[in-house]
Design a protein around this ligand. Structure first.
Ligand SMILES: Cc1ncc(COP(=O)(O)O)c(C=O)c1O
Length: 448
């Protein structure tokens, strides 16, 4: 090799380098190791020139080696490059099937329009309002002071000696920190979530449901409701061909469902909400969708969004009873997405949880119908999407499956601890007589 040549080194040639020779990484030129995308080495003994006698000419076309590994080729600038191991043709095909309109091309166009407006480009409008997702804080909603005070205290406990923080925020922060490993929010929690938070969630559900009992052991804290929904779908999906698991989802839908089902290669079974009747759910439509789907898949679960998104309907108690009877008759696992449970505004409308209705229908249903219901810190009056807090409650799940669920969740270690802390505050807000109560109620009622 001439003194003026660039030396491209592979790990195999690296040990041959004479001691003391300087090497550096050239980023982005393909990997030094088999199929790698890592850096490339270049000797610093000389100024860089091409190592090819005729620079710019590809020495070899792309093909694979005997072991099926991508071969190197000479690129335009004379550098050796290697075909990517991971290409659009070789990647997981189920990921390519995923469509997620919430962050899709329309959103990208909206971001572009915003940028153009900020650069002074003239448009027939002055502002872009993004209606693709409920992200209250992004739209200017202010956080609830008490929640942020407690989270600040938990994140930086030195503030506990700061007299500007109210005492109830401090005692709440201490309670949360006492439940954290090493008294720090920076520690992993149990995979199912911090026990004291799960207990608070259980007490909240009991209050919400007029005393229907809730076992903290059935509560799983999650990374937003999305995490719980996807986890449950993972448990449900199995089978091949005509026995592939099918999952019934409402149309219009929240696109997490279709995206998750595509990724899991499950069969999406659409049932249509009735626009003429305020987007209500007809059991006859559920039956139609189910009967048709049984010809080509194995329907296993029925997903309900109540209150609805994007349709905003609130299901009547009778409708929920009908859905539960339908799920029992057709042997379907029920998934109740109830993240908008506190966003009910219309006169005469009331939120009924699936759990409560199920238990009030008596043991024929309450002891048999399998249900997972989901809630989140992202919606309602708090709108704290970024903290990724949530929980799911599971009812009548087979004990062995429950053990598998806990195992599956333990792979991701735990949901974010700040999100768990926030969930705790949401289900256990300031109480009458506590210093933060008046302000909390004033702001909360203004928001809801
Ligand atoms: C119906 C519905 N379910 C679930 C989610 C996801 O919520 P999270 O932020 O808790 O994952 C959303 C978010 O907008 C939603 O509208």
């Amino acid at each position: 090799m001439s003194a003026t040549r660039v030396q491209l080194l592979s790990p195999r040639t690296l040990p041959l380098l004479s001691p003391g020779r300087v090497t550096l990484f050239l980023q982005g030129g393909g990997g030094p190791h088999r199929g790698g995308v890592g850096p490339r080495f270049r000797s610093l003994t000389s100024p860089p020139v091409s190592c090819s006698s005729s620079p710019g000419r590809a020495l070899s076309s792309l093909s694979t080696t005997r072991r099926g590994l991508p071969k190197e080729k000479m690129s335009e600038n004379g550098m050796m490059s290697r075909a990517k191991v991971l290409t659009i043709d070789t990647m997981n095909p189920t990921v390519k099937k995923v469509e997620y309109a919430v962050r899709g091309p329309i959103v990208q166009r909206a971001v572009e329009l915003e940028r153009e407006l900020s650069e002074g480009m003239k448009k027939p409008f002055a502002e872009v309002i993004k209606a693709n997702i409920g992200d209250a804080h992004a739209m200017g909603q202010q956080p609830i002071t008490f929640f942020r005070q407690v989270l600040a205290l938990c994140s930086y406990p030195e503030l506990l000696s700061d007299s500007t923080f109210p005492e109830d925020a401090k005692s709440r922060a201490c309670r949360i920190l006492n439940s954290c490993g090493g008294n720090s929010m920076g520690a992993y929690s149990a995979s199912q979530g911090i026990e004291s938070v799960r207990q608070d969630v259980a007490r909240y559900i009991e209050r919400r449901d007029g005393g229907v009992p809730c076992d903290p052991d059935n509560i799983y804290l999650t990374t937003g409701a999305s995490d719980g929904i996807v986890t449950m779908l993972k448990l449900l999906v199995c089978g091949e061909g005509a026995m592939r698991a099918g999952v019934m989802i409402s149309i219009p839908q929240y696109p997490l469902y279709s995206a998750a089902l595509a990724e899991l290669s499950a069969v999406q079974i659409n049932y249509y909400l009735n626009e003429e009747k305020c987007w209500s759910l007809d059991i006859s439509e559920l039956q139609r969708a189910l009967d048709e789907a049984r010809l080509y898949c194995n329907p296993r679960a029925l997903c309900i969004i109540n209150p609805g998104n994007p349709t905003g309907q609130v299901q009547s108690r009778e409708c929920i009873e009908d859905v539960i009877r339908f799920a029992a008759k057709e042997r379907l696992f029920l998934m109740a997405d109830e993240v908008y449970q506190d966003n009910v505004y219309a006169e005469g409308c009331q939120f009924h949880s699936f759990k409560k209705v199920l238990f009030e229908m008596g043991p024929e249903y309450s002891e048999t119908v399998e249900l997972a219901s989901f809630h989140s810190t992202s919606k309602c009056y708090m709108g704290e999407c970024g903290f990724r807090g949530g929980y799911m409650e599971i009812i009548n799940m087979d004990d062995d499956v429950k053990a598998q669920l806990t195992k599956l969740l333990s792979v991701r270690l735990c949901p974010p601890v700040p999100g768990q802390a926030l969930m705790d505050l949401v289900v256990n807000p300031p109480q009458p007589g506590e210093p933060s109560y008046e302000h909390f109620i004033k702001v909360n009622t203004k928001l809801t």
